[in-house]
Design a protein around this ligand. Sequence first.
Ligand code: ADP
Ligand code: 3PG
Ligand code: MG
Length: 361
Amino acid sequence: MIKYLSKTNVKNLKGVAIARLDFNTEDDWRMKAAIPTLQLLLKHARALVILSHKGRPLGFQKQFSLRPDAEKLSGLLKHDITFDEKFNFDELRRNISTSPAKSIFVLENLRFVSMEKGNDKSFAKNLASLGDYFVNEAFAVSHRAEASVVGITKYLPSYAGLGLEKEIINLSRVMEKAKKPLIMIFGGAKSGDKLAVIKFFRKKADLFLIGGALANTLLYLKGTDIGTSLFDEDVNEMIKNLSSDESVILPVDFRRQGSKILDIGPQSEKLFASKIKDAKTIVWNGPMGLIEREEFKKGTLGLVRAIISNKTAFSVVGGGETVTMLKESGLSDKISFISTGGGAMLDFLAGKKLPGIEALK
Ligand code: ADP
Ligand code: 3PG
Ligand code: MG
């Protein structure tokens, strides 16, 4: 059984709370999503220790330092924060135990230490020694068996944060009781994780609307000239099968630059919208085109408008680039649930067990 923070009498949790967050986004939307949990902890705990990673650094790299994130968080919480970059655990324990009540500590990027990724026992034990209980509020990294996600739970009472709980509830709703028609929409550059979800939902979803690199690959297999467009190099049996699957809907026109397909075209927007309007459940991950360029953002924005025009469907959206764009568009509050997960959301929806969630059981 997962221990949920929301169902725990937090007042009885004495001492220092350790919270695992995920600061691994260009903007601060994942950080903002963790604020309610941090405020709840801060109300009752004597002090708060925050752990996170950013990027995939090998050793110290300034661009991946969490110092700016600690400053941003301090602004959001309107609370002083002590940033610690040394991983000197004896000194840290001393500083935490002698700190004034309600102190907040943010540790430097855990992935600067190779023991984090390696789920090293002694590192996990050292992290655990900084507090009295642990809260996972980092759904986005819960598919990684790392020291601050999995290892640490062996040494402390461990709870699921408010945001992690919402992820489990909303994504489970898609897994277990999605109202039909269920339409899944996939785009983006990385097809691998998305293919795993399509595989799991192959018989359960009614339609798959495809854009991005995967669409290019499927179009190529059907004989369309995709020029030098982005596509998947290793075409496996499953992709071949998808190209002749009637439940897979591909774009019918494109916005190109030279021979490169960089977005779906207006007819495809209409086609996708005509399918989306009848859905009762919508799942979307991955942009339809090269959204970093204004002229190739149109197809994805059209998709957003189609999703929010369907006022009765339960809609779930995730993916790093996808959500960043959605937030920028100012339309994100019209989506039923925005997952903070990229790979984690896709693993969950592919029916895989997430080590960070399993560790809370
Ligand atoms: P997400 O982060 O939302 O999960 P991915 O990481 O898989 O999605 O891919 C996002 C990237 O895919 C974006 O940077 C976007 O520019 C790129 N992309 C989507 N379609 C195309 C395309 N047709 N050509 C080039 N890049 C594309
Ligand atoms: C993410 O951004 O998806 C998470 O922070 C996990 O990052 P990772 O793929 O580098 O483990
Ligand atoms: Mg991405």
